[in-house]
Design a protein around this ligand. Structure first.
Ligand code: SAH
Length: 341
């Protein structure tokens, strides 16, 4: 009889939460269709992407109609938003459509494959830092919420940071994060979002090397002002799940800290607009006029469906209030459409 070998207990190394989230989401987006878990603005209504396409055309006019101009989308998902935006631009602003060069930032090879079928002639990048120089208009819907966060906890003994070990959190002593919080409260910091905000601001800010005019529009969910609390959430098969249980099988996201993103961009010299609630933003840009036009000549049932989609985007108990819109732009740009009454 063979002696049972004592199996040494495998001690899993603890991973910082942001590294865990990065890996889990990379696996998730590479293997699954995130749109089974949640639906996004462009998937709810074609008017969403169309309105954003017209927004981009209007901003292009206001920055002096640069030709060529980069039209960039971060995390285009199924490509729906951009397809709708390009159709509306071609219809209403053909000069803008002709001037734009499409650049998409997407890490998932699976989603890139889907985008390639819809958005011919685009260039793809793994990282926004690879985008070429030049005037630029950028749109990112539900992109920032997928970027990895760090979580710090204010303990009596000092600050700690949350790490993931196995399928549970452990805490390690850490330096104080950039924001205060009450005892035992969590402060979340999304470093890649802040790096992006700072990088875009530097591109847009005058007096910097390679600066060029531009604007970036972020639509995402989160509070308008920084707030302590754990906002990490996991969706698996359409239901809330334990974020740590089975990495790669759930979509992980967190609230976007719009105040921190805005402050970082401002500090690097950008003009910042918002955040404003998505409902207000889309209504000001004429969402319902657009829906009325789309409904003309359709059956009453189709028209009702169009209107229901639009309502979901703007109603407070739909995506109208929790979702916010924030824009960064070159200094001295005129107020961007949707941010003033
Ligand atoms: N904007 C789309 C999809 C949102 S889902 C919509 O509104 O429907 C998030 C998207 O961001 C996916 O396309 C995902 O693959 C992509 N993504 C997530 N993290 C990324 C990263 N670090 N770099 C580039 N793309 C990323």
């Amino acid at each position: 009889m063979r002696a049972a070998r004592a199996t040494p207990r495998r001690i899993q190394p603890a991973q910082r939460l942001d590294r865990f989230m990065q890996r889990a989401n990379a696996r998730y987006y590479a293997s699954r269709d995130p749109f089974r878990e949640f639906t996004t603005g462009p998937e709810v209504s074609q008017a969403f992407g169309e309105i954003l396409g017209l927004w981009a055309a209007t901003v292009w006019e206001s920055i002096g109609r640069p030709d060529p101009v980069l039209l960039v989308e971060l995390g285009p998902g199924r490509g729906t938003l951009m397809q709708d935006a390009l159709r509306a631009a071609a219809e209403v602003a053909p000069a803008f459509r002709a001037a734009l060069r499409l650049h998409l930032v997407e890490t998932s090879p699976r989603l890139r494959g889907i985008q390639e079928k819809l958005l011919r002639g685009a260039e793809w990048h793994d990282d926004w830092a690879e985008l070429p120089d030049g005037p630029m208009l950028l749109i990112a819907n539900e992109f920032l919420d997928a970027l990895p966060i760090r979580q710090f906890v204010h303990r009596e003994s000092g600050w700690t940071e949350r790490f993931v070990q196995g399928s549970r959190f452990v805490e390690r002593p850490a330096a104080a994060p950039p924001r205060e919080a009450p005892l035992d409260a969590i402060v979340e910091v999304c470093e890649p979002a802040l790096a992006l905000a700072g990088g875009l601001a530097a591109r847009f800010a005058q007096g910097r090397r390679n600066h060029a005019p531009g604007a970036a529009l972020f639509l995402d969910y989160g509070p308008a002002a920084s707030a302590p609390g754990d906002s990490l959430q996991a969706l698996s098969n359409g239901r809330p799940a334990d974020p740590l249980a089975e990495p790669g099988t759930a979509d992980l996201s967190a609230h976007v800290d719009f105040q921190a993103v805005a402050a970082t961009a401002r500090a690097r010299g950008a003009n910042v607009f918002g955040p404003v609630p998505q409902g207000l933003f889309l209504t000001r840009l004429g969402l319902f006029q657009r829906l009325d036009r789309l409904a003309r000549g359709r059956s009453p049932a189709q028209a009702a469906l169009l209107l229901a989609g639009g309502r979901r985007l703007v109603e407070p108990d739909g995506m109208g209030q929790l979702f916010k819109v924030l824009a960064l732009a070159s200094p001295h740009t005129a107020p961007l459409p949707g941010f003033t009454p």
